[in-house]
Write a protein that binds this ligand. Structure first.
Ligand code: UD1
Length: 338
């Protein structure tokens, strides 16, 4: 039987590249689309080093309806799409909301139209726990209320889910949205990881760049929260585990195991860790000292968030396997080789 083919948009990015490797390891053929706006071509060679396969690569801007249409009409047989291609800096999206609405929504709408025209019906969508805003109850289940988004980035994830849900209800589309908690870490080989472009937005790149001396000091955004050590709590999930959740989602779509045309799953570990716990774990497991100071709270931050992951476990047969030690050591190995 020929291999089933998965189109991975944004497949050279942080989560995309790890997912490509796991898909190839699971026996799928992979085709990548990426516009290289937040990724680099050498990742393709590193994917080949890891898997022995250099996936077909198309340098393409997904907001370009004509180009994307030509790609889909080229006779390529695609069984499912994993759609990562999107802009993801929360801060930038607040300053330049139209860039985010344009890039993240045009690309999704174009993709769904092209899929429809080419009779491709399966899609996995990169969503985010950001859709929950400041949660009322912990751990957060998929039934939790969707709160008004605080950034254009957050809006595009909420709207993206809405677009998929309504398209799935009207058309022959089967969709799974994965709501990521806080993806961190890197491939154990140190061949894949998060590429730093400009000043980092998220905690782990700040931590690794501080350890590497690229940033003088880490600022801890507030230690007066109502948590055991006063710092915010998040559900950090290893990017390799996250990648495997996409592979399981493809299995589910292709095996027609969905309970409804549109499904949503939380992807986290189910465990909350504070900012100080992350800092201390990084220092302990990597045997380095981190310079940090306590600063003011960051606007828009939520006190505590962690997932109820029982639905992903029962329906996707997926569970995070890697712990905080693998997260902080792999992140540091990647930073060191950069
Ligand atoms: C952020 C985004 C979220 C997005 C996610 C992607 C905001 C408000 N939220 O989540 O929409 O989906 O990234 O990964 O931007 N921290 C510090 N010092 C730092 C950096 C972070 O103390 O230099 C703290 C933060 O206050 C937070 C924790 O570390 O408590 C994690 O922060 P971050 O990695 O930015 O993730 P989130 O804010 O959870």
């Amino acid at each position: 039987m020929p291999k089933q083919t998965i189109l991975v948009t944004g497949g050279l990015g942080f989560i995309g590249s790890h997912t490509v490797v796991e898909l190839i390891n699971a026996g799928y053929a992979v085709v990548i689309i990426d516009d290289l706006s937040n990724s680099q071509l050498f990742i393709l060679d590193n994917i080949r080093k890891l898997t022995g396969v250099r996936p077909a690569f198309h340098h393409l801007d997904m907001t370009d309806e004509t180009l994307l249409g030509t790609f889909f009409q080229s006779g390529i047989a695609i069984d499912a799409v994993i759609h990562f291609a999107a802009s993801k800096s929360v801060g930038e999206s607040v300053k330049n909301p139209l860039k985010y609405f344009r890039n993240n929504l045009f690309s999704l709408i174009n993709l769904l139209q092209c899929m429809q025209a080419a009779s491709v019906s399966n899609i996995v969508f990169s969503s985010s726990a950001t859709v929950y805003g400041n949660p009322d109850v912990l751990p957060i289940t998929e039934q939790a209320a969707i709160k008004p988004a605080l950034s254009a980035y957050g809006s595009t994830k909420q709207m993206g889910e809405d677009i998929l849900q309504k398209t799935a209800a009207a058309d022959n589309v089967n969709a799974i949205a994965l709501r990521y908690f806080n993806p961190v870490g890197a491939h154990a080989s140190a061949l894949l990881g998060e590429l730093p472009i400009g000043v980092p937005n998220n905690l782990m790149p700040f931590v690794t760049q501080t350890a590497a001396g690229k940033i003088e000091m880490l600022t801890l955004y507030g230690n007066d929260y109502n948590t055991p050590d006063g710092t915010c709590i998040r559900d950090y999930v290893h990017v390799v585990d996250l990648a495997k959740a996409h592979v399981k989602s493809c299995h589910r779509l292709l095996a027609r195991q969905q309970k409804s045309r549109y499904e949503v799953f939380n992807v986290g570990t189910g465990n909350g860790l504070s900012v100080l716990e992350i800092i201390h774990a990084f220092e302990q497991h990597n045997k380095v000292n981190l310079h940090y100071k306590v600063g003011r709270r960051r606007e828009g931050d939520t006190e505590a968030m962690y997932a109820d992951v029982s639905l992903a476990q029962s329906e996707l047969n997926w569970k995070a396997e890697l712990g905080i030690e693998q997260m902080v050591t792999s992140a540091w190995q990647w930073q060191k080789q950069l």
